[in-house]
Design a protein around this ligand. Sequence first.
Ligand SMILES: [Fe+2]
Ligand SMILES: [Fe+2]
Length: 312
Amino acid sequence: MTVSETEEELGLPEYQLAYEVTDLEGNQLLPAGTQLTRQVMQDLAMREPGTIKSCRLLDSRQIQDDLLGYLSVSPYDVITRHDPQHAALLELAGQVQVPETILNSFFRFRETDIYTYRHVLLVFALSILIARELIGEKEKLLQEVIAGPTHDIGKLCIPRAIISKKTPLSKAEHEYLKHHALAGYVLLTYYFRDPEILAARVARDHHERKDGSGYPAGRYVDDLLIDIVMIADIYDALISSRPYRPISYDNRSALEELIDQAQRGTINETVVRVLVALNRRSKPHYQNCVISAERRGKEPSGNVYGVTKEGS
Ligand SMILES: [Fe+2]
Ligand SMILES: [Fe+2]
């Protein structure tokens, strides 16, 4: 069952904006308190007349060079080892077209939030590599590719003071940070002018978990395309530092954490298996890749992944 079928049958969950959403120029798109009904999303998609000016993401030399630079660093160098020139990856990534304003958002991240900039490019690349193993149909694969790089665009609606804070976030700040999921849903629906665009659903649902422990709705989402971005997202978040979390997981501990989460039923186990296989130097097929829940890595001491100042 796809997400859209679920939504068709059950209706949209009650999404309500806790904070306002502004466009990338700072103009209000929707005020705090707005209920994101089907009609509201439809009106938002139709708000601007005319056609969208789209551009290819990787036509920007800067973005392509940055992506290749990030991929040359461990563990991404091992993950992409089967394709050292990145030819297959660049072939698919190069087909991604985004509205011009979305392209500009990448440059905004590059200037103001280099952590998120690096993160979205790596989640983009990793999602493509995982999707290639799991999705045969070219059309679906391209949909997935388009959705990867924009999943965190809603972070542009989060105050700089929270995004660049160098100490653990307070509970209130953590709540504000969660707003990026619905903010991204709104922004992408508006800029792509399409209330059904997969990229917007990925932005909205990439923090949901299969046991209902995620956000924004705390609901079970059964969609492989979303699962792929979700797992690429958790993995890169674990192994990367942030201003408020300078210590990250080593690669082995991060993979063990993901295996653990999959075995507890919160994320898709097949997608985790593909990620583990990509990390093996021998590059086994994911179906033959033995994964073990045994913890052999060492989680970083003082790690504050997902922890708020008051503890949560
Ligand atoms: Fe996110
Ligand atoms: Fe993310």
